[in-house]
Ligand binder design. Structure first.
Ligand SMILES: [Zn+2]
Length: 68
């Protein structure tokens, strides 16, 4: 079963979100609610995907994925 969340960089960290990713990705101005409770401005640039993982989102993502 696929996990209900996906990773989305924004505001300097790679966060995870439950929001549906549009085909082709979010536009530059899109805002998404993340698993850590923040609202981020998405950044789909190549370097954004190399940012560090948000520790709070990582924690929640592990719980959602059933991994401890
Ligand atoms: Zn986060």
């Amino acid at each position: 079963m696929p996990h209900p969340f996906h990773w989305q960089p924004g505001d300097g960290l790679r966060h995870a979100t439950l929001e549906t990713r549009p085909r082709g990705g979010f536009t530059g101005e899109a805002q998404v609610e993340t698993l850590c409770g923040a609202s981020i401005n998405v950044d789909d640039s190549a370097q954004a995907w190399l940012w560090a993982t948000c520790p709070e989102c990582n924690k929640v993502a592990h719980v959602l994925a059933g991994i401890r």
